[in-house]
Write a protein that binds this ligand. Structure first.
Ligand SMILES: NC(=O)c1ccc[n+]([C@@H]2O[C@H](COP(=O)([O-])OP(=O)(O)OC[C@H]3O[C@@H](n4cnc5c(N)ncnc54)[C@H](OP(=O)(O)O)[C@@H]3O)[C@@H](O)[C@H]2O)c1
Length: 387
């Protein structure tokens, strides 16, 4: 990193949002870093900032839509944690400002469009700092957890097959809901139900795309559907995995219905329609949460190649406070970069940017996640895959 600014502050964009305040809370509790909480409107110190933390927190009024102010604020920081949204509206302006100011970035969102835009820009002018995007639960922990399982369990054996199931529910904010609806069309490349076989994406008819999976309570049994996940394509290529299948489900009943409707009506096609879908989804998911608690789960099952002796490993992760966990994941990723445990420069997703064991130790130390390893029999019974 050029012009190191190791005593500088961490700028948290969206520092008063759901994810941003949790990232800030983690960094204040787990590091000695000083923090700037940015918002578009003047704010007072949030109530959750304890007196002991108060002297490490400053507030800044900043609109990321003003490029010069954004650029100046990034240049003054040691590292930028972006928790503003919707990502589809913010686009690449924060990442570009960080790249120009040579300040590392952790972005809770971004998604495939930002990843592709940044990678294209890298070919023209490589970044001198790490730009780490999609640092949340999905994407984010969704790629890091299977990566961690492989790194800690495979012991050099090649992975023939990876099966992943993601499920989640919460009362999504409008900004989160906007990005969810916007993603339903595959960002302009709707691949339908599919999985990765070798280096090829293979399509599957709907009748073969479902998989029932059992998670520990409070999630229980869920029917999930095959989805395309860029993050897992990258993970599979990195580990030379023959077959990778990813299944997902929104397990808030009303939220799931709205997502289905938004997909059928193709509400992802124009910003006006995405806005409408996001309002429906935010309202529906809030109603789901009247009767159910937030929950998120990942099940990762590995099968090793027969010529490596075969065998398998499976683990399940569940958590309940999805926004706290998302902000904590962003905070831990920032901590990894501050501690020099991240890459020197370039564009990365979370699993490509942090040491998986160290990251998971820090996450588990927060007491937010429950992780259980399973034997093969339990894993097969837990996930009946029909594809
Ligand atoms: N990867 C994951 O698993 C995951 C999970 C959840 C969320 N996310 C992503 O994280 C982002 C934040 O989500 P959230 O649920 O925390 O949303 P949120 O609670 O609405 O917070 C977002 C904040 O962004 C700020 N903001 C919006 N436009 C801005 C602009 N032009 N300049 C500066 N600040 C701006 C707003 O702050 P002010 O009004 O104070 O300016 C708002 O409080 C979204 O992109 C979402 O997709 C990712």
């Amino acid at each position: 990193m050029n012009e190191r600014n190791d005593d500088g502050k961490i700028l948290i964009l969206g520092g008063f949002g759901r994810v941003g305040q949790e990232a800030a809370r983690y960094l204040l509790a787990a590091t000695g870093a000083r923090i700037v909480l940015a918002s578009r409107s003047p704010r007072t110190l949030p109530a959750w900032v304890t007196p002991a933390w108060a002297q490490r927190v400053t507030l800044q009024t900043l609109d990321s839509a003003q490029p010069e102010a954004l650029q100046a604020a990034c240049a003054q920081a040691r590292l930028v944690v972006s928790c503003i949204g919707p990502s589809g509206v913010v686009g690449d302006r924060v990442a570009r400002a960080c790249k120009r100011a040579r300040r590392p970035l952790i972005d809770a969102g971004g998604y495939d469009p930002l990843l592709h835009a940044l990678e294209a820009a890298e070919r023209e002018a490589p970044s001198e700092v790490p730009l780490v995007i999609n640092v949340g639960l999905l994407p984010g922990l969704s790629g890091l957890f299977p990566h961690w399982l492989i790194e800690t369990r495979a012991a050099g054996r090649a992975v023939a097959q990876l099966d992943l199931h993601y499920v989640g529910r919460d009362a999504w904010t409008y900004n989160s809901a906007w990005d969810i609806v916007n993603s339903l069309g595959g960002f302009g490349e709707d691949r339908g139900f599919c999985y990765l076989q070798g280096q090829r994406v293979v399509s599957v008819p709907m009748r073969r795309a479902a998989s029932k999976v059992a998670f520990p309570e409070p999630i229980g049994q869920v029917t999930t559907m095959l989805i395309y996940a860029e993050e897992i394509v990258r993970l599979a290529l990195r580990h030379d995995i023959d077959t990778a299948r990813v299944y997902g489900a929104n397990i808030g009943p009303r939220a799931a219905l709205v997502c289905l409707l938004a997909k059928l009506l193709r509400l992802y096609r124009s910003p006006g329609d995405v806005d409408r879908g996001a309002r429906w989804l935010a309202a529906a998911s809030a109603r789901d949460l009247r009767k159910q608690a937030p929950a998120y789960g990942i099940r990762a099952a590995l099968r090793y190649r027969d010529d490596d002796g075969g065998g398998s490993d499976s683990a399940v992760l569940v958590l309940s406070d999805t926004y706290r966990a998302t902000g904590t994941v962003a905070g831990i990723a920032a901590q990894c970069l501050l501690d020099g445990e991240g890459p020197a420069a370039g564009v990365f997703m979370l699993h490509e940017a942090v040491p998986p064991e160290r990251f998971m130790q820090r996450l588990q130390a927060q007491g937010l996640v429950r992780i259980a390893h399973e034997d093969r029999g339990a894993a097969v019974a837990a996930a009946q895959v029909s594809a």
